[in-house]
Design a protein around this ligand. Structure first.
Ligand SMILES: [Zn+2]
Length: 144
């Protein structure tokens, strides 16, 4: 009898390194939510996380949910597999997205045709559950 329930091949691409500073980001992503550090003193979100606000250097920080909406501020199409595990994806897109709340995130795309890649394209976060423990926030074209 053919094997119908073979486990999918293990995820071979690089995975994020979880640290005390970024753990809330990855825990939220696992729940399909986008959370970033927020400063209560100057009311700004920021990324990457750190012990103080990069704008006003105060320490009154908390993690907050963001809209997940933004626009592409930069993008690149990779035609070379710098990691062998990406060879099957060539060419693949990497985008920098300026979120509505201000911070810029660099990530991949989900179901975003390459001919639509453009600075200013409205996008929204889309969550890619790559392993049982890790979900990667990626971006797709916004539907509204
Ligand atoms: Zn601040």
């Amino acid at each position: 009898m053919a094997e119908h329930n073979a486990a999918p091949a293990a995820y071979a691409k690089p995975l994020p390194r979880i640290t005390p500073d970024n753990r809330p980001f990855w825990e939220a992503a696992r729940r399909h939510e986008l959370h970033l550090p927020h400063c209560a003193d100057c009311a700004r979100a920021f990324w990457p996380p750190g012990p103080v606000c990069p704008w006003c250097f105060e320490e009154n920080l908390s993690w907050r949910a963001l809209s997940g909406r933004g626009v592409i501020s930069s993008w690149v199409l990779f035609h070379r597999a710098w990691f062998p595990s990406f060879a099957g994806d060539i060419p693949y897109a990497v985008v920098q997205v300026e979120l509505e709340e201000g911070p810029r995130l660099t990530s991949g795309t989900l179901n975003l045709p390459h001919d639509r890649l453009a600075v200013g394209l409205p996008v929204e976060v889309a969550f890619d559950d790559v392993t049982p423990a890790i979900t990667l926030p990626k971006f797709r074209a916004r539907r509204n």
